[in-house]
Design a binder for this molecule. Structure first.
Ligand SMILES: Cc1cc2nc3c(=O)[nH]c(=O)nc-3n(C[C@H](O)[C@H](O)[C@H](O)COP(=O)(O)O)c2cc1C
Length: 217
């Protein structure tokens, strides 16, 4: 056995969380226990980050009016997205793309301000702050799945409008609206796959050897 490997059961649990994690848009209204929410946020906070900059900030939305306004922003962007999709507009409009008004907990995940002072690993790739926040969200997503909770990532909003709504600093950046909650059941495949929006690509078509587009044997 490889030194330092988890036990078979632990290893299986990690892969189970990976394969059974789903982006959820259907929620039950049951509350989330505070200690579970704390564990999820702490899981996020233990993500890797470029130069250990920990650029993530999470804003919990507890004010019902604010939640409603956030939902309004998403609805606006959903309509604009539909229009931009041209011939797939009707198909898109049938998809459920968020559960903001149903889920018990809404968090906005954002990049902090004053990120320019962090250049370790970002001099040529400044977007590594975003990559770091994405790692944090993925940690939370997997931990939530292990806890039996669903998480939905919503990116349909005008960032400047959301920033204003939440009184965020000019140089910060809202990245995701996260819907968290108990679910009746997890979709067994991505909902967009179930609804024939997109299929999972064949991994072999995404792997190259040495040079771009040279398939791996
Ligand atoms: C960066 C990012 C943004 C996303 N934004 C949305 C969104 O606005 N609305 C939505 O319904 N799903 C959103 N999703 C979820 C994807 O649709 C979902 O991950 C994908 O269909 C695969 O499904 P799965 O997560 O269940 O495996 C987002 C996912 C990511 C990673």
């Amino acid at each position: 056995m490889t030194k330092n490997r988890f036990s078979d059961a632990e290893c299986a649990a990690v892969y189970k969380a990976i394969y059974e994690r789903r982006d959820m848009r259907h929620f039950l209204s049951d509350p989330i226990a505070p200690e579970i929410l704390t564990r999820l946020l702490d899981a996020a906070h233990h993500a890797p980050s470029v130069g250990f900059m920990q650029p993530w900030r999470f804003i919990r939305i507890s004010c019902p009016d604010l939640r409603q306004s956030i939902h309004g922003l998403v609805e606006q962007e959903r309509l604009s997205t539909a229009q931009a999709l041209n011939e797939r507009e009707d198909e898109f409009m049938k998809l459920k793309v968020e559960g903001i008004m149903e889920c018990p907990v809404v968090l906005v995940a954002a990049l902090c301000g004053q990120r320019d002072q962090y250049i370790f690993g970002r001099r040529t790739l400044p977007e590594m702050d975003l990559a770091s926040l994405s790692c944090a969200i993925q940690n939370m997503w997997l931990a939530a799945r292990a806890e039996g909770l669903g998480l939905g990532w919503v990116s349909m909003f005008e960032p400047e409008a959301l920033k204003n709504l939440l009184n965020m600093p000019e140089d910060s950046r809202p990245i995701a609206i996260l819907c968290l909650g108990h679910v009746e059941q997890f979709y067994d495949k991505p909902m967009l796959e179930q609804q024939h929006w997109e299929d999972r690509k064949n991994l072999n078509t995404l792997l190259f050897e040495n040079t771009w587009n040279t398939p791996c044997p």
